[in-house]
Design a protein around this ligand. Structure first.
Ligand code: DQA
Length: 145
C-alpha cells in the first residue's frame, strides 16, 4: 500500500507559526510521525509539502498509477482551491482530509472546504494526531474497498 501525504502552504513553518493554534511541534516532527505511523502499519509513504497551488495540483496528477491513496492538508487552499478539488476528483484516488486546528470553530471564511468534497473523511482539531488517525483510517478504507 502506497500513500501520498500532501501538506499545503505554511505548514513548513509548524512550531513557529501561531503555536496557540497549531502547537509547538515543528514540520520535522510531523514528518517523523507520518513515517513512524506508516512503518508500523506497513504502508509505504511519500511526504510532499508546497506553498504553491499549481505544484500541489501537479503532485496530485502524478499520483495516478503510483499511489493507492492520498492524505491531504491543503492548508489555506482548502478554502479557496477548486483546482485542488478538481485534481482530486480527476485522479479519483481515495483521499482523507486533515486539519491540525479545529477549523469548524474558526472564521467564517474557513467554513468551506473544497478539497473536502473529494475526500472520504475529514479529521480536524486533533493536532498532529489527526495525521496518524487519518493514515490508519485510509489503510482500513483501502483494505475494505
Ligand atoms: C489548517 C487550517 C487552515 O484554515 C489554515 O489555513 C492552515 C492550516 C489546519 O491544519 O488547521 O494553514 O489546514
Amino acid at each position: 500500500m502506497n500513500i501520498l501525504v500532501i501538506n499545503g502552504p505554511n505548514l513548513n513553518l509548524l512550531g513557529i507559526r501561531e503555536p496557540e493554534l497549531y502547537g509547538r511541534q515543528d514540520y520535522a516532527a510531523l514528518v517523523a510521525l507520518v513515517e513512524e505511523t506508516c512503518a508500523e502499519a506497513d504502508m509505504k509513504v511519500e511526504i510532499f509539502q508546497s506553498n504553491h497551488e499549481g505544484a500541489i495540483v501537479d503532485k496530485i496528477q502524478e499520483a495516478l498509477g503510483k499511489f493507492d491513496g492520498i492524505l491531504i492538508n491543503p492548508a489555506a487552499y482548502t478554502h479557496t482551491s477548486v483546482a485542488i478539488l478538481d485534481a482530486l476528483k480527476a485522479v479519483d484516488l481515495p483521499a482523507v482530509e486533515v486539519h491540525i486546528s479545529e477549523v469548524s470553530q474558526r472564521e467564517d471564511f474557513r467554513q468551506i472546504s473544497y478539497a473536502g468534497m473529494a475526500c472520504v473523511r475529514t479529521y480536524m482539531g486533533l493536532g498532529l494526531e489527526g495525521y496518524r488517525q487519518g493514515l490508519l483510517f485510509l489503510k482500513e478504507y483501502l483494505q475494505s474497498h
